[in-house]
Unconditional design. Structure first.
Length: 214
């Protein structure tokens, strides 16, 4: 089977030296790609350049992405090709930077022009955060016959809220499965689809369950 695994964080630049990103090492996606490759599948690993996990990458093809726009472009480039499954584990930044304002006088802010490096001499600043493109919501349109597995990492609430968020992703994005995890879910993972849910205590058990989907 031909599989794509995304892993690690995207980032969004404020200027040429500063960026906004997520706390994601890329380990889970890399290890999933390794597991699938060991099972004999053809795997392309798309991994964020900011990923810190230094473990071996055994996927037959490894490509590095930077921003959310870059990851979107790389994924879309596979549309029209034979892709049997996509495991979208990347931690895509929810926000990018919009307009930047500096406080020239107390309570009076002026928009700053784009700069390669915003000077700290500009003083206090307000930065507009704007939503980034929701890549997972576009996958079904690009890959109508591909098995799609998304991730839902939730930090707020409890397990019930995490599972509800996973169900919303299934409904909103037309994915086949969603993996719920994070502080809200607690230890382990939950593989969720429209028919039900299955708790998996370790990443190894998760990988085994995901490989059975192929």
């Amino acid at each position: 089977m031909n599989c794509i695994v995304t892993a690690g964080p995207t980032f969004e630049p404020l200027d040429d030296v500063r960026r906004l990103t997520n706390f994601s090492t890329g380990r889970l996606g890399t290890e999933l790609a390794n597991h699938l490759a060991a099972q004999g599948h053809r795997v392309t690993l798309l991994i964020g350049e900011s990923a810190t996990y230094a473990g071996e990458r055994q996927a037959q093809s490894v490509k590095v992405f930077s921003t959310t726009v870059d990851l979107r472009k790389q994924l879309k480039a596979f549309s029209g090709k034979k892709v049997d499954a996509i495991f979208h584990a990347a931690a895509v930044s929810d926000f990018g930077f919009g307009q930047v304002f500096t406080e020239r006088k107390p309570g009076e802010f002026t928009a700053l022009a784009a700069s390669k490096k915003i000077s700290t001499r500009a003083g206090a600043m307000l930065v507009e955060l704007v939503p980034t493109p929701k890549i997972i919501a576009e996958l079904r349109g690009w890959f109508p016959r591909t098995r799609l597995v998304g991730w839902k990492f939730e930090a707020n609430g409890g397990r019930a809220e995490a599972l509800q968020a996973a169900q919303r992703q299934l409904a909103d994005c037309a994915t086949d499965f969603c993996v719920a995890n994070g502080p809200a879910y607690g230890k382990g993972f939950c593989l969720v689809n429209a028919a039900g849910q299955k708790h998996l205590a370790t990443s190894e058990k998760l990988f085994a369950a995901l490989s059975k989907l192929l």
